[in-house]
Design a protein around this ligand. Sequence first.
Ligand code: ADP
Length: 397
Amino acid sequence: MKILVFNCGSSSIKFKLFLMPDEQVLAEGMIQRVGKEDAMASFKTPQCNFDINQAIADYPSGFAVIRDMLLDPKNGVISTLSEINACGHRVVHGGEDFSGSMPINDELESGIKSVFELAPLHNPPNLTGIQEAQHMFGAIPQIACFDTAFHQSIPEIAYRYALPEALYTDHRIRRYGFHGMSHRFVARKAAKMLGRHKYVVNLITCHLGNGSSVAAIRDGHSVDTSMGLTPLEGLVMGTRSGDLDPGILFYLQRKGYDADSLDNLLNKESGLLGVSGSSNDVRDLELKADAGDEKAALALDIFAYRIKKYIGAYLAVLNRVDALVFTGGIGENGIAMRTRILADMDQLGIIVDETRNMIHAGISGEIQAPTSRIKIFIILTNEELAIARDTYSLSSQ
Ligand code: ADP
């Protein structure tokens, strides 16, 4: 069965074609700067790897470019569109309606639209991608996989903010959490590494990338996570502030900031970039810090400290933790960052083996010392494969 996975953003379309259940990647690619003169399409298969630069006016034109790349006999991927059996789509926000991946129908599309205002940058392009795929591939199963779904198991004490109830009932203000496909993917892999059933594990999963979040997982279910109503809450990120005193917002409003400038400040100008004043990339900041840049070193320390605090909080929430999991670009590759985060946690049962830590850059494995009560796993996440698996299981029923 051939399954095409889409991840559509406001100006980008990522796609990956899987042969299932073998989980073999037949082709993958991305279109960047959709709507611009200088758009770029990249395409890769086991046989070829190329880029095309051309104006791509809109989503339909982007999908046409993808179709042509898939069908081009030179690329040897497919010879007719009817070879694609199903499509899986990443959808960022599922609100409270979706606690798992779902086949797309009219009702589900209305559900995605009903949370447009909670994810205005993500859900509209996600839905456009779904509609384009429906148009292009006709009556094959289309499956929506929500970033929020895995966190729908979070209990009310963790998802409610201490605000008047009407803000929850009338405006849907609560913690939803994101990165759910990744947290679930690594949680299932961690259960396998522990030799346990997927619902008999307690874990703290740290997805550390440009966007970062931590999840507390009890018996295989998410019971708390650091992102909230939006992906701004929680950890320090590349350009996002994460947690801060809400008093800062009205203090700044009185100084002339409006909603849009605050949004820009906290989402695009803060985090590692804001503190360092120079970069949102951990690798750059490590080089700068090594060369004596104190602001870069401070940014890295603040980033690591926030993660350490969340790990401590979730140890308290879970009481028993079998493994701490690192994933995402920084979690998987950031040897020095993991050392920063895990320093001085021996009394909590977390002791890293530095030799194992050093060799686990971009490879899955265990990095705890033999004396560590809690295991420490590096697990390479694969959100597209998680979507392909859900799409396969829901469309072959
Ligand atoms: P996204 O959230 O966009 O999917 P990724 O999970 O790919 O992002 O993570 C990207 C980040 O991973 C980069 O910004 C960079 O800071 C970090 N990263 C990648 N490689 C390394 C490395 N070797 N050491 C430290 N950080 C790294």
